[in-house]
Design a protein around this ligand. Sequence first.
Ligand code: PEP
Ligand code: MG
Length: 875
Amino acid sequence: GKQVYAFHEGSAKMKALLGGKGANLAEMTRAGLPVPPGFTITTEACLSYFEQGGSLSEALKQETADALKKLELVKSQQFGSPTAPLLVSVRSGSVASMPGMMDTILNLGLNDETVMGLAALTGNPRFAYDCYRRLIAMFGNVVLGIEGHHFEQRLNKLKNSLGVRLDQDVPDYGWQRLVGEFKAICASRSERAFPQDVHEQLHMAIEAVFGSWNNSRAQIYRRINRIPDDQGTAVNIQSMAFGNRGTDSGTGVIFTRNPSTGEARLYGEYLMNAQGEDVVAGVRTPLSISAMEGEQPGLYAQLASVAQQLERHYRDMQDIEFTVETGKLYLLQTRNGKRNAKAALRIAVEFVREGLLTRNEALERIEPSHLDQLLHRGLDEQAVQAVLAVGLPASLGAAAGQLTFDADTAAQWHREGLPVILARPETTPEDIHGVLASEGVLTSRGGMTSHAAVVARGMGKPCVCGCESLRIDAKGGTMEASGIVVREGDWITLDGASGRVIVGNVPLREPETSAELLEILGWADEVRKLRVMTNADNPHDARVARAFGAEGIGLCRTEHMFFAPDRLPVMQAMILAETDAARRSALELLLPMQQSDFEGMFREMDGLPVTIRLLDPPLHEFLPSAADLQQRLAGAASGQSAGERRELTALLRKVNALHESNPMLGQRGCRLGIVFPEIYDMQIEAIFRAVAECLEDGVAVLPEIMIPLVGHVNELSFLRGRIDGMAAQLLGEEKLKACRYKVGTMIEVPRAALTARQIAAHADFFSFGTNDLTQMTFGYSRDDAEGKFLSHYVDQKLLPENPFQVLDTEGVGQLIELASAAGRAVNPRLKTGVCGEHGGDKSSIFFCHQAGLDYVSCSPYRVPLARIAAAQAAI
Ligand code: PEP
Ligand code: MG
């Protein structure tokens, strides 16, 4: 098929064939903008070049020659002509923008003869030889593979010998001399000399562009960014516009709006009498575009009007490369401009106000991860120096503090007013006071749903976990990775967005909410179908989440309430109780604590549902580890009293008795509640007592009690019976009527999903616990898989994503769809939602919308993102 398209034959829709740059040049040409004419060799031509073992086919050479002929006619110039030479630029242009590919060759078509023609034609030999020396250096670098510094050194030597500092002060004979020297560099440093045959120049340049698709930088970039290897790159060949033709020529780059604030004003830089690379090369300092407004008002006005035209055409902020040749403006490239989060929101809102976009279109353009940037602290990237290690980006935000390996020390330092980073091989509920006291958490083991990750996310604290290259020596008070050792007390900085662990105290950027964000969130709420709830375990988090727009609590993990330092001992006493009486008295102490927690949350969520999950984790999580106890016992010989020894031994006995080989598949969730009914009874009593108190005070309470880890309907019907019984007993007739409580279940065991019909008959709602459901559907341990093999799977593209982060819609999603359909068939009023970590992930939220679920529930700081994503799913 056709392998070469003139710019006027293409359009923006042909991006796959013409590459991003080619499609844009075509589109601009079509829109009547001043683009120097040219043509594009297609990505398909690139692929067949590789199929033919890396040689240009005769057919392609012929088509290129034909396109060149037409270009010659338009320009009234001829390629290789000594009197009116046509010069072109050659650029790569892949479908996705890709650093690492061959960039640009300018002034191609010059040789010892045509350079004289150009000099005569323009009456400007200095300009002609300036072009020629640039061509040889660029060609030498990107086609012949000679390192750029060889050319730069020569140029510097030349300027020294001439006694000038700036390129523009080099006279014509200087450039002529440099041309000779550059040719000599090519001849001596590569296998072939700089070609004098202009067609050979062109063919070699095309081959270099094609070849750069497979250079190692491009390959690495594609792997990281998941760009397929079989797209190929296009080649753009464009007649030159010369910014280096004199003081009324120049070149520059502009954004149509300010990319860091969003302000609707041209932003960018330019240089007069300069070509391409000079703007970025830093040899001369470019001027800001606002200076042009004063100095070249005519040009500025032209640029401003072109900018407006391009924004209208593309309906987005543009990043434009332009050249001015003897006073005439040309556009060399335009693309949607990159912008930071703040600018993105302002631009979206103003585009709607200017009538360029509808609200829905603006909403669709919001990148939810941008909101993460805005609502969390970030790093001042310029200040980042030594990256010690990279782990999983488990909880967003950035934090700096002094390193400790011990939760007690963290709490101590925090009390003394020091910012702390807590680093542990992994965290357990025993460390919770340390997590609470620290600015951020770092672990060397455990995945995105590990204890540290979940707890930190809930608290809105940054967390990097599963950082396996770190060797933490807690006893020795050091931590080592990539040969760098840091000690307890040293400053480190965590970036929860990228997973980086950085040595030193890196300055942070504060989060910001803006009027624009609130406006966009308002639009989102109007279109979304999914309700957005939050996962919160205490009144403070509930308040934060409500301020972010949460429509209730979708998951309160009650175990988190027992982790506070004053509560853990009571919980432990309850677990360790040898007699029923001892257990009961511990539970009696826990009851008022739970009741006040629940009351606090009901009050914060006045008028909105609060879903309380009964205790879920295995009991051993509340006790110290056996290894820890053994160590303490061993140390006890040197000093502890007999009483302390007895206590430790008893504790160790209990820990061993509770030991399970697979605790995640063990006595947890409703299994625990069924075997130790008094624990759930205490929680249920606390809930209804809190309900009664709130009702007295006129608070609109909507309690929803949730049973974890149900796999068989009998588990649910048994526990539901107890809940209904206790509600009647504790509330009395009148309050029972006033309080429309619900009882539902988590669906997180595959068997529950498969038997959803039976289960739904006893449930008011299904809440899909996609963390456990993913664990049990794949059979991947949520605590170990990521560090051990999962990241390897993702790197090797065996799995498209980490399924603990992005819902596996094919497998786990199928269970969700099946269970919610079956459940609704039996119980049409069944409420359904997701409360695993996926509830805050964009593509998982899209799935929930499509599956027709009623809500998602996510950590407080993700609520705004979820509102936007839910709206995008509905548009
Ligand atoms: C889940 O399993 O998805 C869930 C929300 O419960 P947890 O993470 O507490 O096990
Ligand atoms: Mg679970």
